[in-house]
Write a protein of this length. Structure first.
Length: 477
């Protein structure tokens, strides 16, 4: 994920680590990897160590605190595995008050969540299906969703990069449905150039209207999302999602995921059509509220395990799932409601208890989607070494993208000896590129490798080539 970062900030972070000791001389091949790709060693933090060794094999500015981008997720996910355990599950409870006469409920229904990070549309539909199986079809009352287990910070969706509709800017919520994103399915209808493009939303809520001003054009389908513009406004209590721009005929069918509404509206837009598909009705409103002290539980739906969630987080760098985990840590450690501040305090307390903390560490939201997060290659290296000797090591390593196989490493090293021999989490922002993980070398040894790179050209292919050269060198050790 590439995000804009002010150039002046890059210059600041390259000079902000005054007093950091200069690294020892690098092996020639690693020095060449930096130089031959057009960089000097400023803004490079490198740490390589065999997992049973007492000292690093190679290091460069390893104590310099740099922006890690999404590699920061390793701190949050490692702490969660250690504190909560890989078998930890969240839950979503559905209950009601009033009386049930046949399939008609004279009362209200309540959905109470404690932060399930993976309540997908499919799983939400299954949850509603179980409510219907219980015997409730007609709700003569209101439907409430209770998200009081979390108290997230106020969200300015466009504050980070002026992209308020992008799904990676969604914030945490204790009742998070479908990552707070709506699917928009685009299809070239094959008519003459300039004819409308078919746009079908999922779910197709009666409270939402699509205004389609997208033109069908000839041309290449590459980066097709950049050709589609989106705006949102509310007209007469109905959400209008307005699309404009162009869609190439060669694109055929594509899917766009966007956040187009606030949490309360999003729950309603998901609930109403899916509940209607099950033959359900509701006479009242769908709104936020707390579960009363006395209510009858219909179903208590468990989530996937933390181990499964962390695999999705690190493989695919899911920001909002990471923040769900962070606020869960805060709620468990500091008591509900879970907040970002409590979650960060829990992570820092865990790091301190494992002698992994450093006063230079700065965490923001636990996901790395931040201008302010700072971590050193040495701290991340020590974290990876610590995790490697813990019972949950297998879960953690398996969550990292595998070279040449999946996640952000799917296309890198395919067909090379290094394929399937590296478990590497990557991070990318404008002017920031990073990686951290484990490499199984040809010798049979396993190495921890961390490379943080902050430079005006760090987000380019040249920095990725530098990463590749470092990983190939480690594999040969």
């Amino acid at each position: 994920m590439q995000i804009c970062l002010n150039f002046a900030m890059v210059l600041l972070l390259l000079t902000a680590s005054a007093g950091v000791a200069q690294a020892a001389e690098l092996p020639p091949a690693l020095a060449t990897a930096i130089k031959d790709n057009g960089f000097n060693d400023q803004g490079v933090g490198l740490y390589i160590q065999e997992v049973t060794a007492a000292q690093p094999l190679a290091a460069l500015h390893a104590d310099q605190f740099l922006s890690p981008a999404s590699v920061a997720k390793l701190l949050t996910t490692a702490a969660a595995l250690d504190v909560l355990g890989e078998g930890f599950r969240w839950s979503t409870t559905v209950s009601f008050d009033g009386t049930l006469d046949g399939d008609k409920l004279k009362g209200n229904v309540y959905f109470h969540g404690n932060g399930d990070p993976y309540m997908t549309p499919e799983r939400f539909w299954l949850l509603l299906n179980r409510v219907a199986i219980y015997g409730i079809r007609q709700i003569d009352g209101d439907v409430f969703f209770d998200d009081s287990y979390f108290q997230p910070d106020k969200i300015d969706y466009g504050a980070f990069d002026d992209q308020p509709y992008r799904s990676y800017n969604v914030g945490p919520n204790a009742v998070l449905i479908g990552f707070q994103a709506t699917e928009f399915h685009f299809a070239a209808n094959g008519h003459d150039n300039g004819a409308p493009v078919q746009i079908t939303p999922f779910p197709d809520s009666p409270k939402m209207q699509i205004v389609n001003n997208v033109r069908l054009v000839d041309g290449n389908c590459g980066a097709w999302e950049k050709g589609v513009n989106l705006d949102v406004k509310t007209v007469a209590d109905r959400l209008q999602v307005i699309f404009s721009g162009r869609f190439a005929r060669d694109c055929g069918k594509r899917t766009l995921y966007r956040r187009v509404m606030e949490t309360s509206d999003h729950f309603q837009h998901f609930f109403l059509p899916l509940w209607g598909q099950l033959g359900g009705t509701v006479s009242g409103r769908v709104r936020n509220g707390t579960v009363p002290a006395r209510s009858t539980v219909v179903v208590d739906e468990p989530s996937i395990t933390l181990g499964e969630a962390i695999r999705l987080i690190n493989k695919y760098s899911n920001n909002v799932m990471t923040q769900q985990v962070l606020l869960t840590l805060g709620a468990v450690d500091g008591g509900p409601p879970g907040t970002t501040a409590k979650g960060l305090a829990a992570v820092k307390a865990w790091l301190a208890s494992r002698h992994l903390d450093d006063p230079g560490l700065k965490l923001d939201n636990g996901a790395g989607l931040s201008r302010d997060t700072r971590v050193s290659a040495a701290l991340l290296g020590r974290l990876l070494l610590y995790v490697f000797n813990q019972p949950y090591m297998a879960e953690f390593v398996a969550s990292l993208p595998v070279t040449g196989n999946d996640g952000s490493m799917a296309r890198r090293f395919a067909g090379e000896p290094l394929a399937a021999h590296g478990h590497i989490k990557t991070g990318l922002l404008d002017f920031v590129q990073s990686m951290a993980g484990y490499v199984d070398a040809a010798s049979g040894k396993r190495y921890v490798v961390v490379l943080l790179h902050n430079d005006p050209l760090a987000h380019t292919r040249a920095s990725e080539k530098m990463q590749d050269a470092v990983l190939r060198w480690v594999y040969q050790q």
